[in-house]
Design a protein around this ligand. Structure first.
Ligand code: MIC
Ligand code: SF4
Length: 643
């Protein structure tokens, strides 16, 4: 039987397990990336492992999320990451050099290699044929130390592309179309492989937009073939030697095939507050827009920016709209400057922001009260923009510009406009903002620089054989990590200060949660389906751990979050009968006996001591996961096992 592209890469990197869907496998990781908001924690974890130098082929630390430096906290964290990177063999991409996923694609990504990153959009690398996964910081730390990465062997979806996108219909619309088809949980347990004749019509940045937003489907990762288009991209980056061709075998077997005819798509838009809340742009025609933001790891490539500049050339944005543009990297920004496109952007009245995540992670540019914000980003979760009642819509750069010009939601293909892009076949290569690590000899005498904002980890809590605790918080479906542990300009500086962060835990759902959880000592959370979707931030597990949460019971979990819970030593369990969710009320006292036997048999009984209900729960931990939970988390487990 033939293999898919992803299966081929897994096979060549397999360390343990069988490649049967649903089974745990572990794979060798060639490259890692971190960003600053998750990186500080990942490097603190790496340091506790006592390893002298990273054991990957390439590890890169990016500073891109929290670049405001509104107090000493960020600056200290950046300095800490820079000093750790230098000492332990990691390349350091300075603030201003760009968004991790964009820069990684440009400068470091290699087809056929494996990559994990402490950021959920690491699958962007799939645009260049990498098998790239988002993971918790601890998993990345382990991989930097040479440890394998454990995942459940996914099933395979093939998206078969035919046709060619019409003008003003874009890769972003392809992402929104697949979200419309599959929903934010439709990709859980799958790798999505993009294939078919239509692939040839998409450039690498367009493919990367699509693999980037595969994260919003809940997919384990997404990948494109590596072909002549990939070779041309690598050549333009001066890295043709990194090219290898990659395609699936003709008789490869997929669990599901979805057909999309690119020629039939039209501009799409995701309405507040979920990326799968997708309708056509034309159906919202005329809706007034207050703000437009262009950028993020989804849509900040040179191609995107050149199209934006071409649409803005000689035009002025609507007086009622505030437009921000953040190019994805220094390479993109300097090339826009070189060809004059930056002048077109500035002349239109746009505000050019730093090459960083910026508004996407709530670092400024929050919309006005109740404001409508059209963004080329990948997430429009409630409150993420920094304005609690802001209404964020997700669109392509072309639809974004159309709204910035007209002041209302407008289908860009309905504008009387045609644009022509001169796409260069050689990019401007300048790696001066990437600082290489010290030599192993020099590294020995280097000191790691720490600031006072770096606080200790929450104490680990080994699982006990019986638990009795109150149901401290009951939440619904699709709870995101932005609900559990919000980000944004006010909170992000404290990513290495768990006690401080804890005040904001679940703030979007219930501001009283932190106080109540602390007072309870130990507690249990109950959620609906797809609990923990979104970010890879392990803080969404470490902070609840700090607040005493021992168990989370849901109808289903998102992939990275369930791994982070186990890594933190919090026991994730699911309802055997999802309807039992209704038998639990916030404030009930719950208990579970025989936890260790239950971990082995895969079944436990939850007793609702308040109502007397007995509720069957299920789990399917691997031996390693059981050991991690019993040890009180991956860090204690790793130390104990001497791994
Ligand atoms: C996000 O888009 O939510 C983030 C911020 O990039 C996160 C990482 C983080 O929380 O630091 C992600 O996607 O993993
Ligand atoms: Fe940064 Fe936004 Fe991409 Fe996350 S989704 S990495 S915050 S640009």
């Amino acid at each position: 039987m033939g293999l898919t592209i992803a299966q081929k890469i897994i096979k060549s990197h397999l360390v343990s397990g069988e490649m049967t869907p649903g089974q745990e496998i572990s794979i060798k990781i060639d490259q890692t990336l971190t960003q600053d908001a998750t990186g500080t924690m990942a490097y603190l974890e790496f340091e506790t492992m006592g390893i002298e130098r990273v054991r990957t082929e390439r590890s890169v630390a990016y500073i891109d999320h929290n670049t405001l430096q509104s107090g000493f906290e960020n600056a200290d964290d950046h300095r800490y990451i820079q000093s750790v990177a230098k000492k332990y063999g990691i390349y350091f991409s300075r603030p201003g050099n760009g968004i991790c996923h964009q820069v990684h694609l440009e400068r470091f990504g290699i087809p056929g290699k494996t990559l994990i990153g402490s950021d959920s959009h690491t699958p962007t690398g799939g645009g260049i044929g990498m098998l790239a996964f988002g993971a918790g910081g601890l998993d990345v730390a382990v991989a930097m130390g040479g440890g394998a990465y454990y995942i459940t062997m996914p099933k395979m979806i093939k998206v078969n592309l035919t046709g060619k996108l019409r003008p003003f219909v874009t890769a972003k619309d392809v992402s929104l179309e697949i979200l419309r088809i599959l929903s934010v949980k439709g990709g859980v347990g799958y790798i999505i492989e993009w294939g078919g004749e239509g692939v040839k019509t998409l450039s690498v940045p367009e493919r990367a937009t699509i693999t980037n937003m595969g994260t919003e489907l809940g997919a384990t990762t997404s990948i494109f073939p590596s072909d002549e288009t990939t070779r041309a991209f690598l050549k333009a980056e001066g890295r043709e030697q990194d090219y290898i061709p990659l395609e699936s075998d003709a008789d490869a077997v997929y669990d599901r095939v979805i057909d999309i005819n690119l020629s039939e798509l039209e501009p799409l838009i995701a309405k507040p507050h979920m990326p799968d809340n997708v309708v056509t742009v034309s159906s919202l025609k005329g809706t007034k827009v207050d703000q437009v933001c262009i950028g993020s790891c989804t849509n900040s490539s040179l191609l995107d920016m050149l199209k934006v500049a071409a649409m803005l050339r000689g035009r002025t944005i609507s007086p009622s709209v505030s437009l921000s543009i953040s190019p994805g990297s220094k390479q993109v920004l300097t090339m826009l400057a070189d060809c004059g496109a930056l002048t077109d952007i500035l002349a239109s009245g746009a505000r050019v922001l730093e090459c960083a995540c910026g508004p996407c992670i709530g670092m400024g540019f929050s919309p006005n009260s109740g404001g409508v914000s059209l963004r080329t980003f990948n997430r429009n979760f409630e409150g993420r923009s920094g304005t609690a009642d802001g209404k964020v819509y997700l669109v392509s750069p072309e639809t974004a510009v159309a709204a910035a010009l007209t002041g209302e939601i407008t289908d860009p293909s309905a504008l009387d406009m045609s644009i022509k892009i001169d796409f260069p076949d050689k990019f401007r290569i300048d790696d001066s903002a990437v600082i290489p690590p010290a030599s192993p000899k020099e590294a020995k005498s280097l000191e790691v620089l720490r600031g006072p904002n770096i606080k200790k980890f929450p104490d680990s809590m080994p699982q006990t054989d019986s638990i009795k605790a109150p149901l401290i918080l009951k939440v619904g479906d699709n709870i995101t990590t932005d609900h559990i542990m919000p980000a944004g300009a006010k909170i992000l500086p404290f990513r290495s200060n768990i006690p401080y962060l804890s005040q904001f835990c679940f703030g979007v759902c219930d501001k009283t949660f932190p106080e109540r959880a602390k007072a309870a000592g130990q507690s249990i959370i109950v959620g609906g389906t797809n609990y923990g979707q979104g970010s890879s931030r392990e803080h969404a597990a470490l902070v609840p751990l700090y607040l005493g949460v021992r168990v989370v019971i849901t109808k289903s979990f998102a992939r990275i979050h369930i791994a982070n819970l186990i890594n933190a030593g919090i026991m994730p369990l699911t309802f055997k009968n999802p309807d039992d969710y209704d038998k639990l009320n916030q404030g009930d006292t719950l208990s579970i006996d025989g936890v260790f036997d239950g971990m082995d048999s895969g079944e436990m009984t939850l007793i609702n001591e308040t109502t007397g209900d007995r509720i069957p729960l299920v789990c399917s931990y691997t031996q390693r996961q059981k050991d991690i939970l019993k040890a009180g988390g991956l860090l204690s487990y790793t130390k104990k096992e001497g791994k």
